[in-house]
Design a protein around this ligand. Structure first.
Ligand SMILES: [Zn+2]
Length: 295
């Protein structure tokens, strides 16, 4: 059973004391590959991606509310006047899909369980967030939950426009959630990893499957030949993906030692790659998975 708090925020590794924010440079689009752009928003330190075709654009993730989605639409005008024809939700957490409705009539792609997650937990995510961030209650109340209408189970090739540039969507296994997908832009060697990778802060494990995550990250590393865009934090490369994979392995290995009675939790916390105050949740979630409680 998940608490509402467990699904409120995929960027914040702790229990939600303060939302993660990026205090760096003023946000602007960065072209990370040929006509592939990333904008790093201060709220949740979140990355939004855009892949331009000839007649329309593809958007990766839609942020937390209609107002935040409208900010994307406004910001897009500085790089293109093409309409957004296709949207991809990397998973069903609020900050990746609550803006969906503002991009219709675009097709919206996601994993089949992303649809399930939005349908089954969307209102609970909304309520939990509004309680934690009362300033956002009004704009969260405006959100029309609008799950993907185009789904995949394992993989799909999606054309931005008929006969035009295409991207590859792949489900690589459970990790940050049970419905994460990655977006490859083969002609630009860019990989959008969603929250399977997060940079500059401890990844969020609250809805995760820490025992499966290392193998999922290994598959991701195989695809990470060029630029790697995490769901949150700085854009990285293959080396960044490998480091995160190694850290996920460490968490899973420590959890197995605890589960087997060879290490206690407090000692294990000090051996994770994460700050001690953020390490308990990954280990407890991994232990819950080892006890079979997440299936
Ligand atoms: Zn997330």
């Amino acid at each position: 059973m998940r608490s509402p708090e467990a699904i409120f925020n995929c960027a914040n590794p702790s229990t939600g004391a303060s939302p993660r924010r990026y205090a760096g440079a003023v946000a602007s689009w960065t072209e990370v590959g040929d006509r592939v752009f990333v904008r790093r928003y201060a709220f949740y330190d979140q990355n939004i991606g855009v892949v331009l075709g000839d007649r329309s654009a593809l958007l990766v993730d839609t942020r937390l509310s209609h107002r935040q989605a409208d900010e994307i639409l406004t910001d897009l005008r500085s790089i293109t006047h093409l309409p957004v024809g296709v949207v991809v939700n990397t998973h069903g957490h609020s900050d990746h899909c609550f803006g969906n409705h503002r991009f219709r009539p675009a097709s919206i792609w996601g994993h089949e369980r992303c649809v399930t997650m939005i349908e089954q937990t969307g209102d609970r995510q909304r309520t939990g967030l509004a309680r934690l961030m009362p300033d956002l209650a009004e704009e969260l109340a405006e959100v029309v939950l609008d799950p993907p209408d185009r789904t995949l189970t394992d993989a799909a090739t999606v054309e931005i426009e008929p006969g035009g540039r295409s991207v590859r969507l792949s489900y690589l296994g459970r990790g940050h959630t049970d419905n994460d997908i990655v977006v490859e832009v083969p002609d630009a060697d860019v990989l959008f990893a969603g929250d399977l990778l997060e940079n500059d802060a401890t990844p969020y494990f609250g809805d995760g499957f820490p025992i499966d995550w290392p193998a999922t990250a290994e598959r991701l590393v195989e695809l990470a030949t060029g630029v790697v865009v995490p769901g949150h934090g700085s854009v990285g490369d293959r080396g960044f993906a490998v480091r995160q994979m190694t850290e996920f392995r460490t968490v899973a290995e420590l959890a197995r030692l605890i589960h087997d009675g060879r290490l206690d939790l407090d000692a294990a916390i000090l051996r994770t790659p994460y700050p001690a105050d953020a390490a308990r949740e990954p280990l407890e979630r991994a232990l819950a998975q080892l006890r079979g409680e997440l299936d």
